[in-house]
Design a binder for this molecule. Structure first.
Ligand SMILES: [Zn+2]
Ligand SMILES: [Zn+2]
Length: 220
C-alpha cells in the first residue's frame, strides 16, 4: 500500500466493491469468488495448456499465450471502473494482488504495460495500465519496463472490429533497446478483440523480443 493509500484508508476507508464491507477495496471472500477461467486460447477459446495460443491461432498471432484473470462482469467491471475513474491506486493494487495469485512468472521476464491512448491519459492524469503493471511487477518481483509508446491516435469509438484491427496495426513504438532477446509479459486491464495486445506484441517482436505473452485482468 502506498503512503497515499494508507492516508486515504484512514480518512475514508474503502468498502469492498463486492459486498460493501469496510476494509480493502476487494475483500478476500469476494476475491476468491471471482470466476477463475479455464486455461484457453485467448482468440478462439479452445482449451490449451497454460493458456497458450492454440496452434491454428499461432499462425497469425504474435502472442505466445494470454493469461486471463476473470470474466469482465460484476465485481471485475466495478474494479476496472475504479481503476479508470476513482481510487485507481487501490484498484490497481487489488487487481495485481489477484493476478499474482494465478500467474507464475519466470525469472527474467520483463513486465511491460500496454499504454493507454494519450488523449485518455491526458484526461485522467495517469495511465491505468502503467499503474497496474507497476503493481504487478512489484508483487511478482520482476523488472518493470514501460518501453512502449503509442503512435497515431485514431479513436476507436464507433469503429468496426475490422477498422480497429487495421487502425491498430503498427500503432506502437518501442523506445528501449532492452527488449532484444527478452521474454515479455504485456499487462492490460481488459481484453476485447485482442487487437491492441497483438499490435503491441508485433512491435516488441520487431524490436527483437524473443517471446511475448500477456496477462489481462478481465476478458469481455
Ligand atoms: Zn467483499
Ligand atoms: Zn486459438
Amino acid at each position: 500500500m502506498s503512503l497515499f493509500d494508507r492516508l486515504i484508508a484512514i480518512i475514508a476507508p474503502h468498502r469492498c466493491v463486492g459486498c460493501g464491507d469496510e476494509g480493502p477495496l476487494l475483500c478476500r471472500a469476494c476475491s476468491s469468488a471471482l470466476t477463475c477461467l479455464p486455461a484457453r486460447c485467448y482468440r478462439c477459446r479452445a482449451v490449451t495448456k497454460l493458456s497458450r495460443t492454440c496452434r491454428s491461432c499461432r499462425a497469425t498471432s504474435p502472442l505466445y499465450r494470454v493469461t486471463v484473470g476473470t470474466n469482465y462482469e460484476t465485481i471485475a467491471k466495478e474494479l476496472v471502473w475504479r481503476l479508470k475513474f476513482q481510487g485507481a491506486q487501490a484498484a490497481a493494487g487489488q487487481i495485481a494482488e489477484y493476478l499474482a495469485t494465478i500467474y507464475a512468472a519466470e525469472a527474467h521476464i520483463l513486465i511491460v504495460p500496454v499504454p493507454t491512448s494519450s488523449k485518455r491519459v491526458r484526461q485522467r492524469g495517469y495511465d491505468q495500465a502503467q499503474l497496474l503493471a507497476r503493481e504487478l511487477a512489484d508483487r511478482l518481483g520482476r523488472r518493470y519496463l514501460p518501453c512502449l509508446t503509442r503512435v497515431g491516435q485514431q479513436h476507436q469509438v464507433g469503429a468496426s472490429r475490422h477498422q480497429r484491427l487495421t487502425q491498430l496495426t503498427g500503432a506502437f513504438r518501442v523506445k528501449s533497446s532492452g527488449v532484444t532477446g527478452a521474454h515479455i509479459l504485456l499487462v492490460d486491464d481488459v481484453l476485447t478483440t485482442g487487437a491492441t495486445l497483438q499490435a503491441a506484441a508485433r512491435a516488441l517482436k520487431a524490436a527483437g523480443a524473443k517471446r511475448v505473452e500477456a496477462i489481462v485482468f478481465a476478458q469481455a
